[in-house]
Design a protein around this ligand. Structure first.
Ligand SMILES: [Zn+2]
Length: 256
């Protein structure tokens, strides 16, 4: 019974994802180093709606939807991947590179296979230590961690230009370091934190590449998530949902 409920929720959310994906392009491929360039291209082009639709092409940003599952636990991947394949949608997995070979975590070979199947794999740091987070590290320690994680991706032949910040927090110092290593840094939710309805909002232009925001799957109602998707679709926003599908308390929260 519980499993059926989970499947219904996941299927409906993934269907929303499919619809928005059909409308939009992937942002990951075109997050530029200079946010202003992005602003120039899009805000001006979007002023005239008719014009926008007429001249719509691959280089023109539109609304997008991304689903990122964090940490690379095998159970989460086992739950999400079959559904994603069934519905033909692409998910993104944020992988902690020090966990390869650890029990319950996805292996290097499996990540390679998922990547080869066309899913996005992005970096989620090396240490990912709850007791010693990136915001507690000094600059040198953080750079060491990121150098290590990038080396592993390079060995595996998987691009590592996007980073999900472990535990989500970002300071001016960490932001500066992320700029040196990545094209984007993705946080947890920051603009909205209302447990009554949901956590996080879509990203709108001009995109802040090193402060990209996400919406919590676990801490938002289905209605809240749908509303954010509708807003993003109307306003060229980018919705990123994040989940920890191995541990999320989905059955109770999401069925409201
Ligand atoms: Zn994490």
């Amino acid at each position: 019974m519980k499993k059926n409920n989970i499947n219904i929720i996941l299927t409906s959310l993934l269907l929303c994802l499919l619809i928005v994906l059909l409308l939009g392009n992937k942002h990951f491929n075109k997050v530029p180093k200079e946010p202003n360039k992005y602003k120039e291209i899009t805000i001006q082009n979007n002023k005239n709606k008719e014009d926008k639709n007429k001249n719509r092409d691959k280089n023109q940003p539109s609304s997008s939807f991304t689903w990122i599952d964090d940490d690379g636990l095998q159970l989460a991947i086992d739950r999400l991947l079959p559904l994603a394949k069934e519905l033909d949608v692409k998910l993104t997995f944020a992988i902690i590179t020090s966990r390869f070979g650890e029990e319950k975590f996805v292996s290097k070979d499996a990540v390679q296979e998922i990547y080869n199947e066309g899913f996005d794999i992005i970096d989620h740091g090396y240490a990912h230590d709850n007791d010693y987070r990136p915001t507690e590290m000094n600059e040198e320690e953080l750079r060491k961690d990121l150098t290590k994680t990038k080396e592993i991706w390079e060995e595996m032949g998987i691009p590592s230009n996007h980073h999900v910040i472990p535990f989500g927090a970002n300071t001016p110092t960490t932001e500066k370091v992320y700029y040196d290593y990545f094209d984007s840094a993705i946080m947890t939710s920051i603009t909205k934190n209302d447990p009554e309805e949901g956590i996080g909002e879509p990203n709108y232009l001009p995109l802040r590449n090193y402060r990209i925001e996400r919406i919590s799957y676990n801490r938002s109602s289905l209605e809240y998530i749908k509303r954010q998707i509708d807003n993003a679709a109307k306003n060229n926003g980018w919705v990123i949902i994040y989940s920890h599908m191995a541990v999320d308390d989905y059955d109770e929260v999401m069925l409201v």
